[in-house]
Design a protein around this ligand. Sequence first.
Ligand code: KG4
Ligand code: ZN
Length: 334
Amino acid sequence: MKEVILAIETSCDDTSAAIAINGIIKSNIIKSQGVHSNYGGVVPEISSREHQKNIILVVEEALKSAKVKKNDLNAISFTIGPGLLGSLLVGCSFAKSLSFALNLPLIGVDHMKAHVLSNFIDNPIPDFPFICLTVSGGHTQLVLVKDFLNMKIIGETLDDAVGEAFDKSAKILGIEYPGGPIIDKLSQKGNPLKFKFSKPKVSDLNFSFSGIKTSILYFVKSQMEKDPEFIEKNLNDISASIQYSLVEILIEKLIKAANKYKISNIAIAGGVSANSLLRIEIEKVKKIYNWTTFIPKIEYCTDNAAMIAIGAHYYIKEKRFDDINVCPNPRLNF
Ligand code: KG4
Ligand code: ZN
C-alpha cells in the first residue's frame, strides 16, 4: 500500500506543510512570517495568529503541488515540540481535526529529531552511527545518531543558541531579524580576520555563545564612541569577523566530537547549517580527517515540513502513533 503522509510544521515563525509518498518528498510549502522583522525577534502571540491565518492555504498548496487529494492521505503528522506553545497548538489542533475528520493515524514528530532526519530526504544518506551538528535559532546540539529515532545529545549550548548569537549580533549592527542570513551575505565582501572576539572556554562538547555576543556588543559600542560611523564603514568586515568566530567554535567542537567518538560520518542540520562559511569549512575539514559529510539542501535546513514528513515516515516504521488527546510539548527534549 502507498504511504501518503501530510506533515505540518508550526513550531516557530514558518508555517509549512509537506507531502511524502513512500518516504519521498513530493511537496514542501513554506510561508515565512516577515512581520517579526519589525520587532527585532519572533513575537509568540503574533506568530500563532499568523499560523492560524496561513495554515489552510499552506496545506492546500502542499496537496495541490503534490497532486494529492485529501482522501489519498493515510497519515497526518505535525511538530509536537520543542517550540512556541501557541504556534505548536495551531499545527497540533489542525492535524488532530484532519485526523479525526478523515479517520487517519496521527503522528507527533520531535522537531529536533526531524532536523537530523532532514539528512535522509535526498541521497546520499548517512550510515549509522553518525554525528549531527544541529544548529538553529533555539538549539546548538551535537547529536550521536545510532538509528533513525535512536539519538543521544553529546554536547549542547549552556546558554544562547548559535542562531541566536547570529541574530543578536546582527541586531547590534542594526540589521533586522533574522540577521543570520544577512550576516552571511554581508560577509561575502568582508575580511573575516579584521576583528577578533574572545572565544568561550567551555569544557567537553558543550557550547556557550552568550560571552561572545557580549564581547561583540562592547567592542562595537566602544568603537562607535570613537567614530559614530564605525558600523557603516566596517559593516562587511564586522559581519565576516562575527561569522568566522561563530563558525570556528562550531567546527572545533565538531572535530572534538568526531575524534572522541571515533566517528567519521558527519552531518549538519538546522537553520544555521544554511550558512555558507559553515558549509565551506566542513568540506575543508572533511579532507583533513577523512570524513564523509552530509549537508542538506538549503530548503531543508531552515524550518520546513518536509523534515517532519520524513520523521513521520520513520515513526510509522516503529508504529509510534499518537491519540487524539495528544498535546504539544514546548520543551520536548530527547
Ligand atoms: O532551524 P531554524 O529555521 O529555526 C529554529 O528551529 O530555530 O533556524 C533559524 C535560525 C535563525 O537564527 C537564523 O538567523 C539562522 O537560523 N540562519 C542562518 C542562516 N540562515 C538561517 N544563520 C547564519 N547563516 C545563514 N545563512
Ligand atoms: Zn528548527
